[in-house]
Design a protein around this ligand. Structure first.
Ligand SMILES: [Zn+2]
Length: 218
């Protein structure tokens, strides 16, 4: 079956979609990569697009979803905004991806050393930046309350910020929540480490933690 086809996308389970992201990041970290023949990919995707995942990530130049998951043209919907925050236009884009195109996985990808998070912690106020950073503030408060000793405060904020975006998505979009509840899509959070290229998928949390936080059901 052709990879970029409606049939392929329909045959894919949300869990398999999640695995494709995990496997892609493993290739990226090992410096291996799939054969991304650009001309072939253009030809394959000319008739339409069937991306298996939609990834909301930061605009940071080191965190391109296609690169860190070793994916090619037509494989991912890539939504990027400083601090991987959620707003109405981003919700609309995700709804379009999962409901009208059939993407099977929604991933929110934060990262270490995020400039938006650093600025939010410093209370930067300037132009339109002020409002965007306000969306990160609840994650700073949450991280302050966290007693998880495994992480430094700056990483706790980054994790909390991904969780916050996932919660925002589930609280605000009926379309996504319903598809998630019906098992039509999987939802996963993760943090990209700029030091070593690895994505820490939240699925690595214990089952109990996952259920509590509703981070992944795929
Ligand atoms: Zn960032």
């Amino acid at each position: 079956m052709r990879k970029h086809s409606k049939e392929y996308l329909q045959s894919l389970t949300p869990y398999r979609g999640y695995e494709l992201l995990v496997e892609g990041n493993k290739r990226f970290v090992s410096n291996l990569k799939s054969d991304h023949d650009h001309l072939e990919m253009i030809n394959e995707t000319r008739e339409g697009q069937y991306p298996f995942a939609v990834v909301l990530s930061c605009m940071d130049s080191r965190t391109s979803s296609e690169l860190v998951f070793d994916q090619g043209l037509g494989d991912l919907f890539s939504i990027r905004v400083a601090g991987n925050i959620v707003n109405d236009d981003i919700l609309a884009s995700i709804e379009y991806a999962v409901k009208y195109i059939g993407s099977k996985v929604l991933m929110v990808l934060g990262h270490t050393e995020c400039g938006a998070i650093k600025s939010a912690k410093q209370g930067v106020e300037d132009g339109h930046i002020t409002n965007l950073l306000k969306r990160i503030q609840p994650s700073i408060s949450k991280a302050l309350l966290s007693d998880d000793k495994n992480y430094q405060f700056k990483d706790k904020v980054a994790y909390a910020n991904v969780e916050n975006s996932l919660e925002q998505i589930l609280n605000r979009s009926e379309i996504i929540t319903e598809m998630f509840a019906n098992g039509q899509i999987g939802i996963v959070g993760g943090l990209y480490n700029v030091d070593n290229g690895k994505v820490d998928f939240f699925k690595n949390l214990t089952k109990r933690e996952r259920e509590d936080k509703k981070l992944v059901i795929a």
